[in-house]
Design a protein around this ligand. Structure first.
Ligand code: GLP
Length: 251
């Protein structure tokens, strides 16, 4: 695992954008696994600037997003499809038909989950999977539970996640109770994983993910079994991890 400790959110975002753009330059038709949440907003912003400047193109890139709230239409301003359009896709030269987000309105979620897994398989899995990290150690919407779930599936969101995401909705009561999420199978099948984390409230989750036991009660801990993980965090998010003398940070 490679760890980059950056001074603050801006530097973290720039480093993450740098790693993603390097992948696009290396392989113009790469498959990017993409994430939502507030952490990647700065990364997307930086990529937009470089794309607009003509440094590289997303024209051949294919993307697969991690998750979507169940019951929200793509036009709902809190849906993850809407988030991706507003923060990224509408501002870059990616082809709309090459962007994929699970369908939160699917009448039959079993069919939708199977379709999504098949889609990712047919794309050859992600070359680079971007991940944020929930305060409870969740990745995508793989919530802490008794086992790692491999396939795309419907999850009941935990109270901690509902509370954390309530800031985006009028009230906690408006946060959907379920979501469709890529399982850890597709995440772990990505050739490279880039996890980004910012802020002191992620310090415990970062520590547990990389120094704790591999345990589905901290879903991100499965990443310890992946052979190409890059962790980019700001000082606050990495504070507990880097206090561990056995952890070394890239210069
Ligand atoms: C949501 C998303 C995750 C994201 C997490 C952390 O629950 N499903 O993919 O990593 O929130 O979000 P934030 O970056 O806003 O802290």
């Amino acid at each position: 695992m490679r760890i980059y400790q950056e001074a603050d959110y801006t530097a973290m975002s720039r480093r993450a954008a740098n790693l993603i753009s390097a992948e696009v330059v290396r392989k113009p038709d790469c498959v990017l696994g993409l994430a939502t949440g507030s952490t990647p907003v700065g990364t997307y912003k930086q990529l937009r600037v470089w794309n607009r400047r003509g440094d590289f193109s997303f024209k051949e890139v294919r993307s697969v997003n991690l998750d979507e709230y169940r019951g929200l239409a793509p036009t709902h301003d809190q849906s993850y499809r809407y988030f991706m359009q507003a923060n990224f896709f509408d501002h870059i030269d990616i082809r709309p038909e090459n962007t994929h987000v699970p369908d939160g309105l699917a009448a039959d979620t079993d069919v939708e989950c199977a379709r999504y897994d098949e889609l990712i398989r047919s794309l050859g899995y992600a070359d680079l999977q971007l991940l944020g990290l929930g305060r409870n150690g969740h990745i995508g919407f793989n919530e802490p539970c008794g086992r790692f779930v491999k396939e795309t599936h419907v999850v009941d969101l935990t109270q901690s996640t509902i509370d954390a995401n309530a800031r985006f909705f009028a009230s906690a009561g408006d946060v959907p109770r379920q979501a469709l999420t890529m399982g850890v199978g597709c995440i772990m099948a990505a050739r490279r994983i880039l996890l980004i984390a910012s802020g002191e409230d992620k310090a415990d989750a970062v520590y547990n993910a990389f120094c704790g036991p591999i345990d589905p009660h901290c879903p991100a801990s499965i990443l310890q079994l992946h052979n190409d993980v890059i962790l980019v965090g700001d000082k606050a998010a990495l504070s507990k991890l880097t206090a561990n003398k056995e952890v070394s940070v890239c210069k």
